[in-house]
Design a protein around this ligand. Structure first.
Ligand code: UDP
Ligand code: MG
Length: 313
């Protein structure tokens, strides 16, 4: 199998048939062996009935139906798990992405990149609620993860099989796959793709996504840098806090015993105590983290490295 196209879908009944037809045309045009995996993320409209009909007439179409709405990331994960293609393409089901752009992504993959991310140009979404938060998010994610992309939010992306196989998805982390993959040492590229306004159905997200993206970014940054050594971040901050606390305490003791002044009413005393307690707590959290990490990696038999190839003999 050359190509798997994974599409999460939640209540997109009217979009399905045109999506399917456009996809078919684009995929047949590539001349490769392909499969389409549509993950019905607990739709409550007639989407599944439409999918069933399409599936009956087409052996290339696999449909996975969730019991309830688990979210777009879970849908991607389910699609990845059952995909067999050497290259896995993801896209939205709402026709905002154009299946005719798939060959562009494939071309980039053939140039040797492992992840190719679409860059929606020009983006057809409202400015205030979508494009502005998205611009800020893209800038911030690029700065924090060191993987500079213009459009993290674009679902139209292509991955080599090894990438998909090695990335575990949780929560709403699908938009960070390029950043997570980059940690493995793969090469990430970007291509401009077309984007259209949504014609049928409604967007499933609102402005509240912005704060979740921010928290996810924090998680990703932490996991990428410290997941095997939590003591370095917690212990580092804890040590600074503890040392400053001890220093202040020493100074106050000097004031009390050598100079004979009262220190009970000094705010500095409170600060010294706070910093010392905080320091001990942060170091303890770091040590607990170290235990958790060992349990995690050893229980799952997960290596802490990713091998590209081995030359032996
Ligand atoms: N989607 C999904 N599960 C959800 C929410 C969305 O599978 O819980 C799908 C949805 O059907 C669409 C894609 O994810 O195919 C992107 O959703 P949407 O178009 O609402 O996001 P936007 O383009 O507005 O960011
Ligand atoms: Mg959309």
């Amino acid at each position: 199998m050359d190509l798997s196209v994974v599409i999460p879908l939640y209540n997109e009944e009217e979009n399905l048939v045109p999506l399917y037809e456009q996809l078919k045309a684009a995929l047949e045009g590539t001349g490769r062996e392909y499969e389409i995996i549509i993950v019905d993320d607990g739709s409550t409209d007639g989407s599944f009935e439409v999918l069933k009909r399409l599936h009956q007439d087409d052996g290339h179409l696999k449909v996975i139906r969730f019991r309830r709405n688990f979210g777009q990331t879970a849908a991607f994960a389910a699609g990845f798990d059952c995909s067999q293609g050497q290259v896995v393409i993801t896209m939205d089901a709402d026709l905002q992405n154009d299946p005719a752009d798939i060959p562009l992504l494939l071309e980039k993959i053939e140039e040797g990149h492992d992840v190719v991310s679409g860059w929606r140009l020009p983006r057809q979404d409202p400015f205030l609620t979508r494009r502005l938060p998205s611009m800020l998010a893209n800038w911030l994610i690029s700065q924090v993860t060191g993987v500079h992309l213009h459009d993290y939010g674009c679902s139209l992306k292509a991955y080599r099989r090894e990438v998909v196989k090695n990335v575990q998805l949780y929560g709403e982390l699908h938009r960070f796959i390029p950043a997570i993959a980059n940690w493995m040492g793969v090469s990430v590229a970007e291509v401009p793709v077309r984007h259209y306004p949504r014609r049928f159905g409604r967007s499933k997200y609102g402005l509240s996504r912005a704060s979740r993206v921010l928290l996810d970014l924090l998680t990703v940054r932490f996991l990428l840098s410290y997941s095997t050594r939590p003591i370095h971040i917690f212990g580092g901050v804890g040590l600074i806090s503890f040392v400053v606390g001890i220093g202040l305490g020493g100074y106050l003791s000097f004031v009390k015993f050598a100079l004979g002044q009262e220190i009970a009413d000094r705010p500095l005393l409170l600060l010294a105590i706070l910093l010392m307690v905080l320091g001990v707590q942060l170091i303890s959290i770091g040590l607990l983290g170290a235990l958790v990490v060992r349990t995690y990696y050893e229980a799952l038999g997960k290596p802490i490295y990713v091998v590209r190839e081995v030359l032996d003999e």
